[in-house]
Design a protein around this ligand. Structure first.
Ligand code: GDP
Length: 300
């Protein structure tokens, strides 16, 4: 939590800094509200949620005549919490069916941070005493499998790979088969995020999922989204959510980003909770998403 605070604190997060300095202005006039609205849009909160937030703040603060920084912060906190939503269903489902591992399929556009997230997640799972196998089912780029292998070695978990250009579904299948044979708790599957055509993507991810499910149910489909890509990232995420049943979102690159607001539209538009957040490139830079901790860190 201390790390989360440090990474997201107002001092290096223009999102919260801008909001709080605006709200502590001496007078809350029309220009202040316009500036506030602009800051929220810049922070990727989205037009709808921004309007809701500003309206609520105006209503609450105009009664008191404004200009009370503590009160403004409290109202802002409440409104952000409401927009971010409750923490129900934010835990990962790791429990496989009888005698088979939980299977986590990780999807998303290349470069969003899938492989890095899997490395960090493996480390968390190992620290929680789970046994883990990783599947390098992004067979299109040799570098992707190499990168996952490096993470596996670092964290001390096995990585199942296939030949470059091989069938991703067969790598996923082999990894799950190995997981079952070794009595492992969790298999995490990395996939290629080529946004070539929607049907191509659908065929590929659909096949991986179907083939895995000959062996074990997929317990989580995590969609990785790069928080710094804003509306564009959201549009790409929508395509993935249409082709595969996403159960949770991982929002990466939230460290030092002014774009923390994206959490709200992402959840609204995809109808799926943010479960994990990426706060840097290091092995320890993955945190479970918790609404209050997140909002408090933003407003620290
Ligand atoms: P993939 O193509 O989706 O597997 O993406 P990678 O895991 O290769 O990540 C792409 C780049 O983003 C790499 O340089 C990562 O180190 C970086 N990255 C991933 N997650 C984070 C994060 O939470 N914060 C920051 N700052 N960088 C990240």
């Amino acid at each position: 939590l201390a790390r989360l605070r440090r990474r997201l604190s107002a001092s290096n997060n223009p999102f919260a800094k801008g909001l709080l300095s605006l709200l502590s202005a001496d007078t809350l006039d029309a220009a202040t509200w316009d500036d506030l609205e602009a800051s929220l849009i810049t922070a990727d909160l989205g037009v709808g949620p921004t309007t809701e937030l500003v309206e609520a703040l105006r209503k609450e603060l105009s009664v008191s005549g404004g200009a009370d920084a503590d009160r403004a912060k409290a109202v802002l906190r409440d409104e952000l919490l409401r927009l971010v939503g409750p923490d129900t269903n934010r835990g990962l489902n790791l429990t496989g069916a009888d005698g088979v591992p939980g299977v986590i399929l990780v999807v998303g556009v290349n470069g969003t941070g899938k492989t890095t997230t899997i490395g960090k997640l493996a480390r968390v799972l190992v620290a929680e005493q789970h046994s883990v196998v990783l599947a390098a089912a992004d067979t299109f780029r040799a570098a992707a499998a190499e990168q996952l292998k490096t993470w596996g070695d670092r964290v001390g978990v096995e990585v199942v790979r296939g030949p470059e250009g091989g069938d991703p579904a067969s790598v996923a299948f082999d990894a799950v088969a190995k997981g079952i044979a070794d009595g492992v708790d969790v298999v995490v599957v990395d996939t290629a995020g080529r946004l070539h055509t929607k049907t191509g993507l659908m065929d590929e991810l659909g096949k991986i999922k179907r083939v895995i499910e000959r062996k074990a149910p997929v317990t989580e489909v995590l969609l990785v989204i790069d928080a710094t890509t804003g509306q564009n990232g959201l549009a790409q995420a929508r395509v993935f959510a249409e082709v595969v049943d996403v159960t949770g979102i991982v929002l990466t690159k939230l460290d030092g980003s002014a774009k923390g607001g994206i959490i709200v539209p992402v959840q609204r538009e995809l109808g799926v909770p943010v479960k994990l957040i990426g706060l840097g490139e290091g092995a320890d830079d993955l945190a479970p998403f918790q609404a209050a901790a997140f909002v408090d860190a933003l407003l620290e």
